[in-house]
Design a protein around this ligand. Structure first.
Ligand code: BG6
Ligand code: MG
Length: 217
């Protein structure tokens, strides 16, 4: 349990799929007859597919409009639009610094794990050629609670046999930072300080986090 580990979120941390998720939600909203404001992008960051759908429907004033099976169908429709955007992803779609950071952590003896809420994460890891860099990938289908609950980060720590206090979590979502902090881990935020107001250490992008933080570990 003395392993040191870095536990990554995927969407918006290693690649810019947070935007792709949101564009798919906007397209779904349009098909339902309303415009989804840009302000919702940060609210759905890190949130599971069905929980995000609730946020989207609320934004359109459609909270009680659909049955559960209809909601599942709407979430599948959004996913199909999302998958269409990521189907051609390659290593070129990794954020600058991602490859170097994953290599460096291995050299420094860190375990590397993935704590993504996305069921599309294994596909993306393969498509971007980084699946073998991870010592563990949490399967979100096995979890009871989504972010901001700490379960996903605690599960990742358990899989790489690390105590939470020996783990660093990396996130672009407010809910994800809540999850890391509730797990008792050091949190590194990627994005805007005003969005990640719950995080002490925020970098504008992964490359800056690599240069200013991870390379000093
Ligand atoms: C998170 C994204 O990583 O995964 C969310 O930030 C998304 O936007 C969630 O809703 C679930 O993803 P998926 O691919 O299973 O719908
Ligand atoms: Mg994310």
């Amino acid at each position: 349990m003395e392993n040191r580990a870095v536990i990554f979120d995927l969407d918006g941390v290693l690649t810019e799929t947070s935007r792709a998720h949101f564009l798919a939600w906007q397209a779904l909203a349009k098909s339902l007859g309303f415009e989804l404001p840009d302000s919702v992008e940060d609210a759905v960051r890190g949130i599971s597919r069905l929980a995000s759908l609730e946020i989207v429907l609320e934004a359109g004033g459609m909270t009680d409009r659909f049955s559960q099976p209809e909601k599942v169908a709407l979430a599948e429709k959004k996913n199909a639009m999302y998958v269409e955007q990521i189907k051609g992803y390659t290593a070129d779609d990794l954020f600058e610094g991602a490859d170097e950071l994953l290599r460096m952590l291995k050299v420094k003896g860190y375990k590397v794990a993935l704590a993504s809420a996305s069921k599309n994460a294994p596909f993306l890891l393969d498509a971007m050629g980084i699946a073998d860099r991870f010592d563990a990938v949490v399967d979100p289908a096995t979890l009871k609670n989504g972010k901001p609950d700490p379960e996903i980060f605690l599960k990742a720590a358990e899989l790489v046999k690390s105590f939470p206090e020996n783990c660093i979590g990396v996130e672009d979502a407010y809910a994800g930072i809540e999850s890391i902090r509730a797990a008792g881990m050091k949190a590194i935020g990627i994005g805007k300080p005003e969005v990640l107001s719950n995080c002490e250490t925020v970098y504008p992008d992964l490359k800056t986090a690599l240069d200013d933080y991870f390379s000093t570990l």
